[in-house]
Design a protein around this ligand. Structure first.
Ligand SMILES: Cc1ncc(C[n+]2csc(CCOP(=O)(O)OP(=O)(O)O)c2C)c(N)n1
Ligand SMILES: [Mg+2]
Length: 925
């Protein structure tokens, strides 16, 4: 008999069975063969009748169709019924759990009750073998009671959808075990109380001392503090080295003081805005600032805790934190990823609403991005600003999207700190054992408005009338501890007084000692880098023997490895480039640059869509064996002492991947970290990372990044998309020497620019508008000699043999249009025009341009020629800067496309006509 058939005999499926039986009676052929046989068997053998139960039935006394079975059948039916019931607890128990401290969403017991309703008193007294070591052989009613406690008390567990049996069964085993539910030792309970009290007290203290000041109170969700404290303690027990936390505004000050142990006096200084002028300052609000500290855990292991700086943009910090952990794991050789772990803390509304949540979770099992599991906490206060869950998500739980990623989720009632403790320990064990993400959905409430000046009763009057009368978690727990009997009021008062006094003392100290805001920067791995200045003249050339070693590694494959025949040719042609028989293209220049950087001991990490091969099939950093599909990275076979290269094909995401690489670059300044967009256009999918992090993190948070962004750009008739990387947008973000923006018109320039980026003693993001057609364009190739000498030149002088004093016009350009200008000049034998390539437009190379202007003393006309429409490209940015440099009375003249709402024309013919026009304009204006 099939299991489904047996299970169908149980519970609400009895009605279905009845229906099927009716059908069978009318026409046996109308049913599936299995069912037809089943009813035939029942009718023929007389074990299925409509004449009432024989007392050994399945307990479904309500069904109009009753059953009578042989003893063996009845036994297995009952067994299946029990399994079905227990599985119902495992599957749907969470719906019946009491997880909402406010009682607004009531436990839904419908499903469980429908199963329980089928049990007779006799069934409940039956002794069953539970296969559970904690229960052994027990009466069914005791088993049910145990499962009620395990699955339907103050925690709702969602693990049933895990397809990996080992994981699911391990979780169920834990949840159903007696040890898991054993009473907690007194020391733990006191610690939970202490952390709860501190969480509560900090908020009320700040409310009193800084009336009306925004702090995004944690009140209502105080249990997060004992939860994080437990994570830190568990990290110590697991001998972990570091935890990196990403979180938004809610409860951030509380986490800083009560978990990371940032001195409260520093937070008070921030409230009072007491700056120490000599030490510089952060230029951001206090509830966005990060902090790092080492904390000794009770197991004797010190754990480094870091809270990442983050902008207001909710959830954007998630990939940054995961990337930063990945970098630490690589740096410190944490091969099994058990030493460093990201913790991301989310709001309920943001978790459900922000796409970057899914984009980041999607990285979790990818070789190039995994961190061995993120610990997620959702501060589920059942509201987002003024918006209720039914207005802000289409799912039952805020966390539902994570189910598709096979992440276990527990929903825990924030008013039960002991349950919080248990699920947190469970999560840490799971993460360390299975190296996967885990989510705790902390169901709580928000005692105040969105911020401290907000009136929540305007929009949620009912909810807030409940909250008004709802005691804080610390008070509820205090009562429980005293009722339980082994903890006295005096013991709790001791904790309370000690914590309160500690805070008061810090407050007084901050006042008396005039403690000022503190800026920590350039510490640890950053200590050897300088903040300023933008030094020039970094030597980036190579020695011939260095090149030989690299060339050998990147142009040969191991015995038995068979690349595609076309790639064998490519490797051969790269060898010839190195031997001086041909000029180098960008792909080879990049490979040599990476190889030399690795040899210098710096890691190289490049990620982006299809980056291993390269969108334009120009890179082939990772070769694939045509027979086995095995991959080979020649860059990792240069020498024994070299650093490792990691060239990764990314998921089809920009936001999370760029965020990840930015985070990586923050934690490992000694790695050349690059992100490549498939086409420059797609960079706008990750605008937040450019605006809120890359361009502004130095000024806001004193956090540097040497990340390189490769944005394929160039007008080649491919239409509105795939033409522009939006130069203008990046230039608009440029100020205070925050970034570098470049476009290399030959392979050697690209080689030197990449090397300059890593060899400098400071780190600034570098945006490179990279070529498409120029990748193999003969004019843009470079002889190998150009790698053995020279350096990146921010401005390239005219290389033609023209007489400087005959030059009447100077045309400046940025990028590949130079080659169109050059072609025109040659074809039209123009003698009086010099063509100057600006290769780095920010920081603006004013000095170098002045030198050029000095060379062409007789020039009277100065032109900026660009491919991009007038409202785009570098035009408006350079126009103002040239004004200060050009001779009095002269202005920079524009030659380029007219203004346009779209970046490029849709048709090749239009493109070509426009391109010809703008080039001839450069000569005729
Ligand atoms: C991307 C983004 N959109 C909008 C906002 C404005 N905003 C700040 S907090 C908030 C509500 C957040 O709700 P939730 O995620 O539940 O966190 P809570 O404040 O309830 O802890 C909104 C909409 C923002 N900070 N970031
Ligand atoms: Mg919320």
């Amino acid at each position: 008999m099939k299991i489904e058939q047996l299970m169908a005999l149980y519970g609400e499926n009895g009605a279905l069975l009845e229906e099927l039986y009716e059908k069978f009676k009318k026409d046996p052929n109308s049913l599936d063969k299995e069912w037809s046989l089943f009813f035939q068997e029942v009718e023929t053998n007389g074990v299925y009748s409509q004449n009432g139960s024989n007392g050994n039935g399945n307990g479904n006394g309500k069904s109009a169709v009753s059953t009578s079975f042989t003893d063996a059948q009845a036994g297995s039916i009952r067994e299946m019924g029990i399994i079905n019931l227990l599985n119902a607890y495992r599957r749907q128990g969470h719906l019946a759990a009491n997880v909402d401290p406010l009682g607004i969403s009531q436990p839904n017991r419908k499903f469980i009750e429908s199963k329980l309703g089928n049990l007779t008193a006799a069934d409940l007294d039956t002794v069953v073998d539970t296969q559970n070591p904690s229960l052994g052989r027990a009466k069914l009613k005791d088993v049910v009671a145990w499962f009620e406690k395990a699955y339907c008390s103050t925690v709702g567990y969602e693990q049933y959808y895990l397809v990996n049996d080992e994981e699911r069964e391990w979780l169920q085993h834990q949840i159903e075990s007696a040890e898991y539910h054993a009473p907690l030792p007194k020391s733990i309970r006191l610690r939970l109380f202490e952390k709860l009290f501190q969480a509560d007290h900090l908020e009320t203290f700040l409310a009193k001392k800084y009336v009306g000041k925004k702090r995004f109170s944690l009140e209502g969700g105080e249990s997060m503090i004992p939860m994080l404290d437990t994570i830190v303690e568990e990290a110590g027990r697991f001998k972990m080295d570091g935890l990196v936390i990403g979180m938004a505004h809610r409860g951030r000050l509380n986490v800083l003081v009560n978990v990371i142990e940032k001195p409260a006096s520093l937070v008070f200084a921030e409230f009072e805005e007491k700056a120490d002028k000599s030490a510089g300052s952060y230029a951001d609000v206090k509830y966005h600032l990060g902090y790092s500290n080492s904390k000794m855990t009770s197991s004797g292991k010190e754990v480094k805790l870091s809270l990442a700086f983050n902008p207001s943009h909710l959830e954007a910090v998630n990939p940054v934190v995961t990337g930063s952990v990945r970098a630490r794991q690589e740096q410190y050789g944490d091969a099994d990823r058990s030493k460093f772990m990201p913790i991301t803390i989310h709001g309920d509304a943001a978790f459900a609403g922000q796409g970057v949540v899914a984009e980041t979770i999607n990285l979790m099992n990818l070789d190039g991005y995994t961190t061995g599991g993120t610990f997620h906490i959702v501060i589920n206060n059942q509201i987002g600003f003024t918006t209720l869950p039914n207005e802000s998500r289409s799912t039952l739980y805020a966390t539902d999207l994570a189910k598709g990623y096979q992440i276990p989720i527990v929903h825990v009632n924030g008013d039960d700190p002991e349950a919080v403790y248990r699920v947190t320990k469970l999560g840490m064990e799971y993460r360390q054992k299975f190296k996967k993400d885990f989510i705790i959905d902390l169901i709580c409430y928000r005692r105040l408005g969105h911020n401290e000046t907000d009136e929540p009763a305007f929009t949620q009057p009912k909810m807030y009338s409940i909250i008004k009368n709802h005691p804080p978690t610390a008070q509820l727990y205090e009562k429980k501890l005293i009722n339980d009997g082994d903890i006295t009021g005096e013991e709790l008062d001791f904790i309370k007084n000690g914590s309160a006094q500690g805070l008061e003392d810090s407050f007084q100290r901050a006042k008396e000692q005039d403690i000022k805001m503190k800026v920590d920067t350039m510490q640890g791995v950053w200590a050897k880098y300088s903040k300023e200045p933008l030094d020039s003249g970094t030597a980036t050339s190579l020695l011939a023997e260095q090149i030989d070693r690299i060339v050998k590694a990147i142009t040969t494959v191991p015995d038995g490895f068979t690349p595609n025949p076309k790639l064998v040719k490519l490797l051969q042609s790269r060898k010839e480039m190195a031997e001086g028989k041909a000029s180098l293209d960008y792909g080879m220049a990049e490979a040599l640059s990476f190889g030399s950087i690795l040899e210098n001991g710096f890691r190289v990490r490049l990620s982006g869509q299809d980056s291993q091969r390269g969108t334009f099939s120009h890179r082939h950093a990772v070769l694939v064996d045509i027979n086995s599909g095995a991959k080979y990275v020649g860059l990792n076979h240069i020498s024994e002492k070299q650093a490792r290269a990691e060239v990764v094909n990314s998921s089809l995401s920009e936001f999370s991947v760029l965020g990840f690489e930015y985070g990586y670059s923050l934690s490992d300044p000694s790695a050349l970290v690059l992100w490549e967009a498939q086409f420059g256009d797609f960079a706008n999918n990750t605008q937040v990372i450019f605006d809120q992090f890359l361009s502004s993190s130095e000024v806001k948070w004193q956090r540097m990044s040497g990340l390189v962004i490769l944005l394929p750009h160039g007008y080649e008739g491919q239409g509105p998309e795939h033409s522009s990387g939006r130069i203008e947008r990046f230039l608009q973000l440029c100020a205070d020497n925050n970034m570098q923006v470049a476009n290399c018109t030959n392979a050697a320039q690209y080689f030197h620019l990449l090397r300059r980026q890593i060899l400098r003693n400071f780190r600034k993001p570098l945006i490179i508008f990279t070529p498409k057609s120029l990748l193999r364009f003969p004019g843009a190739l470079s002889p190998i000699d150009d790698l053995l000498k020279g350096a990146f030149r921010e401005v390239l002088p005219d290389q033609a043999e023209i007489k400087a004093d005959k030059v009447e016009k100077v045309v400046f350009s940025f990028g590949k249009v130079y080659y169109d200008l050059l072609k025109y000049r040659e074809e039209n034998k123009v003698q009086s025009t010099a063509l100057i390539r600006v290769e780095q437009v920010y920081p603006f190379p004013a000095k170098e341009i002045q030198e050029v202007l000095k060379t062409y003393k007789n020039a009277k006309t100065f032109v900026w020629c660009q491919e991009e429409p007038k409202n785009q490209g570098a035009w408006t940015f350079v126009r103002d800067r040239f004004e200060d440099l050009l001779p009095n009375g002269t202005k920079l003249i524009y030659a380029g496309r007219k203004e346009s709402a779209s970046p490029a024309a849709g048709h090749m013919k239009v493109h070509t006509k426009e391109q010809e026009q703008l080039v001839s304009d450069a000569y005729s204006v």
